[in-house]
Write a protein that binds this ligand. Structure first.
Ligand code: DGY
Length: 328
């Protein structure tokens, strides 16, 4: 019997490619070329599986054009690049990579928040520019993180991991807003308190966004929400671009209606609004919250586990739409 064919749309660890090639005919993209949509469709012809990342859009039209496609293994926990209702309608399995990146992403999110509150990248630019001539009582003074109120919007695994760092490591008071409230036994160890969104915005000294992107969360933080925050507050986004209205945030930062922001994700990334570059009070990183060698390796291996199981009669460990498996 011939082996299934799979497409690996982006560059990935060579050993993961090697592992996939023990099971499949693999077409890869080792140079990480930016394929057009047409090129992606042409390469997907005859492929049963796609190894994707968050930058590969799989929508209803693509699924219709590739009727032989049975599984898309996303090397990301977020899957807003996949049209899940269309997957369900066509019986195509989607998988993601939860858990393996939780602590790494939480480390980075917490670090970004600290960097914004304590003006770390602004301070480095100041030093590198030779502006540090003498000590002054008010040079680059920021806001405290320890003992402050940490607000979390989206209290999933990563939100809880950030909350743990805040409560247990920095003595922060934790408030959160989420569609569903955590069970009391999960709230208690970190003293987390569910609040409505208005209270979260009004009370947080440091607000961190960790919710999934969807039409419902589009511009969850816009001009009105920014106006409701404390003028001394910081905003950190390690979730997805589009949750924040970037233009509204630039205006709020320029007018110092909030103290600072830290962003790892942007509307339209890798493009982003150049207005951010003119602002001293924003820390900017290029979507790297999960980027440690160990975690990226674990994400790639988990995506490979999913692809191999889905196409060789096994049970994929982390399906997004397991209902499709039940129908097979
Ligand atoms: C994820 O896993 O969703 C991260 O954003 C990396 O893409």
């Amino acid at each position: 019997m011939s082996r299934p064919a799979v497409l690996v749309a982006r560059a990935v660890f060579p050993e993961v490619l090697e592992r996939l090639s023990r099971h499949f005919e693999v077409e890869a993209n080792p140079d990480d070329s930016a394929w057009s949509r047409e090129e992606l469709l042409a390469r997907l012809a005859g492929k049963s599986g796609l190894f994707a990342t968050g930058s590969v859009q799989v929508d209803a039209a693509l699924l219709e054009a590739c009727p032989q496609l049975r599984v898309v293994a996303n090397m990301a926990v977020g899957y807003n690049n996949l049209d899940i209702p269309a997957f369900n309608a066509r019986g195509v399995l989607a998988t993601n990579t939860p858990e393996v990146l939780t602590e790494t992403t939480a480390d980075f999110g917490f670090g970004l928040m600290l960097a914004a509150a304590r003006r770390m990248s602004e301070a480095e630019r100041y030093l590198r520019a030779g502006e540090w001539k003498r000590w002054r009582y008010d040079t680059l003074t920021g806001t405290d993180v320890h003992g402050a109120t940490l607000g979390i919007l989206g209290m999933g695994r990563i939100g809880q991991a950030i909350a743990r760092r805040g409560a247990l490591g920095f003595g922060m008071k934790v408030i959160y807003h989420n569609r569903s409230r955590l069970p009391a036994e999960q709230e208690a160890p970190i003293g987390a308190r569910w609040v409505d969104k208005a209270t979260l915005l009004a009370e947080a000294d440091h607000l961190v966004l960790v919710l999934p992107y969807s039409p419902e969360s589009h511009h969850a933080i816009g001009a009105a929400e920014l106006a409701a925050m404390k003028p001394t507050a910081t905003l950190t986004n390690v979730a997805r671009g589009g949750i924040v209205d970037d233009r509204a945030l630039i205006a709020a930062l320029r007018e110092q209606r909030i103290a600072a922001a830290a962003l790892d994700v942007y509307e339209g990334e890798p493009a982003f609004d150049p207005g951010f570059l003119e602002l001293p009070n924003v820390v900017l990183t290029p979507h790297i919250a999960s980027a440690t060698v160990a975690t990226r390796r674990a994400m790639a291996e988990l995506a490979a586990d999913n692809l191999i199981a889905a196409l060789t009669g096994g049970t994929p460990p982390t399906p997004v739409n397991p209902e499709v498996l039940a129908r097979r």
